[in-house]
Design a protein. Structure first.
Length: 278
């Protein structure tokens, strides 16, 4: 058994893989449960970052379910929260008939922390504080709806500074983590962080605090935009979870989340042979 609940295809503006290639790769790696979570982010200077044809998206996932019966495939969306686009976001959820929603934050004061411009003129603390303030507002809208809160410390992913630490904003992070715990949503351990740094998103310290506060729901997601990144660095992710005191991850189904022992997961061969490989 293996899950990957954060995957992108060419239906996303930044996806490089076809849905067929994604499913073929996932099945070859032993993934049994997955969510296709293409973007709903609204207009930016990049252009419109939404799925362009919701009907085609819905039909493509339905076709993949028939073509890959061994895979449990959720038709999902990654909702990049924006207050000025929320009504349109809700409409697009209905259009795609999504059954799995990721909640995320990509824009803060009109800038994406993916871009150097976000950090220009801001200290490390200022950059992270602005992101967390926006995240608190985003969660007020996202948590009643989403199954997972994605890459909680996304601001760290492309930062020129050391990553966000729990000790930087303990009271605010406690509020954020408690909001997730009090909701039906899971906290994502996003393994894309390992592609740039020695930690996932979030890092061990935030995972430890999440568990101390009573958090138990953790979902695995690779945030893969290309085939080669599907279900990668899971060996590191499981090691991080164990260090934080977790013995299980979550599997999503018709009844919501259920726990699955870490020992029940079957890692891809390269992760078993090279658990520390970057």
């Amino acid at each position: 058994m293996l899950m990957d609940y954060h995957l992108h295809t060419r239906f996303s503006f930044d996806g490089e893989q076809s849905l067929e290639a994604l499913c073929t790769r996932a099945q070859a790696l032993g993934v049994t449960h997955m969510a296709v979570t293409d973007h709903i982010d609204g207009p930016t200077h990049y252009g419109l970052l939404d799925i362009q044809d919701p009907t085609a998206y819905r039909q493509a996932v339905d076709a993949a379910r028939k073509a890959y019966p061994a895979l449990t495939i959720h038709r999902g969306l990654e909702l990049g929260y924006r207050v000025d686009y929320w009504d349109e976001t809700l409409r697009r959820i209905e259009e795609t008939e999504a059954d799995y929603l990721l909640g995320s934050l990509h824009l803060v004061e009109g800038l994406d922390p993916y871009e150097p411009a976000y950090f220009a003129g801001r200290s490390r603390r200022e950059a992270y504080a602005a992101y967390l303030d926006a995240l608190e507002d985003a969660l007020d809208h996202l948590l009643p709806r989403v199954q997972t809160v994605a890459h909680l410390d996304y601001v760290s992913k492309f930062s020129p500074h050391p990553p966000l630490r729990y000790e930087d904003f303990p009271r605010q992070l406690d509020r954020i983590l408690q909001c997730i715990i009090d909701s039906p949503a899971a906290l994502e351990l996003n393994t894309s962080g390992y592609r740039r740094a020695p930690q996932g998103l979030p890092g061990d310290d935030i995972l430890i605090r999440y568990r101390e506060l009573g958090g138990r729901r953790v979902a695995l997601g690779s945030d893969a935009h290309r085939e080669s990144d599907v279900a990668t660095h899971y060996g590191k992710a499981l090691a991080s979870l164990r260090r934080a005191g977790f013995s299980a991850v979550c599997l999503y189904g018709p009844q919501g989340w259920q726990e699955v022992s870490l020992d029940a997961l079957t890692l891809p061969p390269e992760e078993i042979c090279f658990p520390g490989k970057l």
